[in-house]
Write a protein that binds this ligand. Structure first.
Ligand code: PMV
Length: 340
C-alpha cells in the first residue's frame, strides 16, 4: 500500500476532492449457485458506470457539504449521497457503500475522518446489474483518492465485500470482482481470472422494469437448498457442468451450445424459485427474434434478462423484440472487447 498523503491528525495536506469510478456487471451464468460454491462467468459493463466524488466532512454533521449541492458535482437523477465515519448522528443512514468506506478508513488508520460521498450512477439500481457493488467500489476509490491512497484489487475486493455482506446478507463476491474488472471473468470461491473469449456475438440485456430484491432472492434459494439437501447437490453439480460447458463454448466461439447452456441455466433458476412471468415473456421474445439463448441475469424475481445474439443486425432485432415485449430499456454488449 502506498504511503498516505496525509499529515498529523489524519487530515489531507491540501483539502480537496477525491474521484472514483466503477461499473456494473452482467452475470452470463452461475448466479445464485455461485453463493453455494459453483463457478460463475460475468461480464463487466463499462457503459454503465458509477462515478463517486468524496469530500472531507465534519464530525457531527448530517448535511451535505456545499460543493455537493451547488457545484459541478450536483446530484444527477440516479444519484445519491452518504456520509461515513465516526461521530455521525445515530440517524445517519447505513448502507453497503458506507460500511465499505468506514472499513477502509479503519484499515487506513484514519479513524477520526468523516467523509461525504456523492454517487452519480448510470446503472439502474435493483436490476441485477451489480449497482450496490459498483457504488461501494467507486466510493472506496474516491475516498482513497481523497487521502492519496492506492487500493490494490484484493483490498478493494475485501472492502466492497464488507459492504455487500451488509447489503445482501451473504454475497458470493462475483459482483465485487466484476465491478472493477476490465474484461469478462471466471469467478470461483472469491477469486477471479480473466476469461478467454473466442466468440464474436452480442449480449442484449433487457430491463423488465421490475425491481429485483437480491437479499430476498438469495434467502429464498438458500431456503430451498437447505430444505432438500439431496436435490441441492444435484442442482449445484448441474450448475457447475453448465458453467464449465459455457466456458468451453465461449472460448471456442460456439454460440449455439452457449445459448443452450443459458436456457438450461434458466430452467435451473426457475427450479430455485427466482424466475417470474415477466422474465419468461422476455426470454420467449428473445428466442422468437433469433437469440441463441436467454435467461435472467443477477438475482431475478424481476431485474434483467440477458440474451445471446449475433452481433450487429441480430442484436438490433432481438433488442427491438425485447422492447416490444415490454422491456423498459435494453443495452447491447459485444462479447469481445467490452472495454471502450
Ligand atoms: O442482483 P445482483 O446484481 O445483486 O446480483 C446478485 C448475484 C447473486 O448470485 C444472486 C448473489 C451473489 O452474491 O452472487
Amino acid at each position: 500500500m502506498n504511503s498516505p498523503r496525509v499529515h498529523g491528525g489524519g487530515r489531507p495536506a491540501a483539502p480537496g476532492v477525491g474521484i472514483g469510478r466503477a461499473h456494473g456487471k452482467a452475470i452470463l451464468l452461475g448466479e445464485h449457485t455461485v453463493v453455494h460454491g459453483t463457478p460463475a462467468i460475468a461480464f463487466p459493463l463499462p457503459a454503465l458506470p458509477v462515478r463517486a466524488v468524496a469530500y472531507s466532512g465534519e464530525a457531527g454533521s448530517s448535511t451535505v457539504s456545499p460543493p455537493a449541492v451547488s457545484g459541478r458535482y450536483a446530484l444527477s437523477d440516479n444519484g445519491s449521497r452518504f456520509l461515513a465515519g465516526k461521530g455521525l448522528p445515530a440517524a445517519t443512514p447505513v448502507s453497503g457503500p458506507r460500511v465499505a468506506v468506514e472499513e477502509a478508513l479503519r484499515r487506513w488508520d484514519l479513524p477520526g475522518e468523516v467523509v461525504e460521498v456523492v454517487l452519480h450512477r448510470e446503472i439502474p439500481q435493483a436490476r441485477g446489474l451489480g449497482s450496490s457493488a459498483a457504488d461501494a467500489a467507486a466510493a472506496v476509490r474516491a475516498v482513497a483518492d481523497l487521502h492519496g491512497r492506492t487500493v490494490d484489487p484484493d483490498s478493494l475486493y475485501e472492502l466492497v465485500q464488507c459492504g455487500e455482506q451488509f447489503a445482501h446478507g451473504r454475497a458470493s463476491g462475483v459482483d465485487a470482482r466484476a465491478a472493477s474488472a476490465d474484461g469478462p471473468i471466471w469467478f470461483h470461491a472469491g477469486t477471479a481470472r480473466p476469461l478467454e473469449v473466442g466468440l464474436d456475438a452480442a449480449l442484449v440485456i433487457a430491463d423488465t422494469g421490475i425491481p429485483g430484491a437480491t437479499q430476498q432472492a438469495v434467502a429464498e434459494v438458500r431456503g430451498r437448498l437447505d430444505r432438500d439437501r439431496g436435490s441441492a447437490g444435484r442442482l449445484l453439480e448441474r450448475a457447475t457442468e453448465l458453467v464449465e460447458s459455457a466456458h468451453a463454448a465461449l472460448a471456442a466461439g460456439r454460440a449455439e451450445p452457449l445459448g443452450r447452456a443459458l436456457l438450461y441455466f434458466q430452467d435451473l433458476l426457475d427450479e430455485l424459485g427466482v424466475g417470474s412471468p415477466r422474465i419468461d415473456t422476455l426470454v420467449t421474445a428473445a428466442l422468437e427474434a433469433g437469440a441463441f439463448g436467454a435467461k435472467l441475469t443477477g438475482a431475478g424475481l424481476g431485474g434483467c434478462v440477458l440474451a445471446l445474439t449475433e452481433a450487429g443486425r441480430g442484436a438490433s432485432t432481438v433488442s427491438a423484440a425485447l422492447r416490444g415485449a415490454g422491456a423498459v430499456q435494453t443495452w447491447t454488449v459485444p462479447t469481445r472487447s467490452v472495454l471502450p
